[in-house]
Design a protein around this ligand. Structure first.
Ligand SMILES: [Zn+2]
Length: 181
């Protein structure tokens, strides 16, 4: 069964990953109620500071999922073969969506990440990719928060070879997508 759903449908809270904010989905859908995790907010810290767009963050709920749901996500990602592709942030939003579902809500997970969508499908969660209406792309910066060294994207979640801290990513900037007319 295809669980891909549209943003327009009646749904419970939107569970947003960082790309959803940057692509402007949050401000457009804030009246539906949105939730995210501290991990996502941490990836967005610099972007929020530098962004000229005004986000109404008062309707946003930031919450951490219980360990039980993180365990379930880890198990599911091993089953689908996505375990190594999921960052801590990815797992956190999947687990949060799972937790909301267990509370009887109908969360819609919004992520452009294929591994996230794949695990969401496996867990029976509804998800929506950021397909149409995207006006900008994100540039991710993969870096060590301790020593500031930059890495290639596939270093995300690994240990910094220089200082031993965990390699993270942050949204560096967005730029418009050139459309063919
Ligand atoms: Zn380092």
């Amino acid at each position: 069964m295809n669980r891909k759903a549209s943003f327009q449908r009646k749904s419970g809270p939107l569970v947003l990953d960082a790309s959803a904010f940057i692509m402007g989905l949050y401000s457009a859908s804030s009246n539906k109620g949105a939730v995210t995790t501290p991990e996502v907010m941490s990836e967005l810290k610099n972007w929020l500071r530098s962004s000229s767009s005004i986000l109404s963050l008062e309707r946003l709920r930031v919450s951490s999922p219980a360990k039980k749901f993180l365990d379930e996500v880890r198990q599911a990602s091993k089953e689908t073969g996505d375990f190594l592709k999921l960052s801590k942030t990815d797992s956190s939003i999947l687990a949060l969506a799972l937790q909301l579902k267990s509370q009887g809500l109908k969360p819609l997970l919004v992520s452009e990440d294929y591994a996230v969508q794949n695990v969401a499908h496996h867990l029976g969660l509804e998800y929506a990719p950021l397909a149409e209406g995207i006006k900008s792309q994100i540039q991710w910066l993969t870096y060590c928060p301790a020593c500031k060294k930059r890495f290639k994207a596939d270093f995300l979640g690994k240990t910094c070879p220089i200082c031993g801290a965990e390699v993270k990513r942050k949204a560096a900037k967005k730029f418009p997508i050139k459309r063919k007319n």
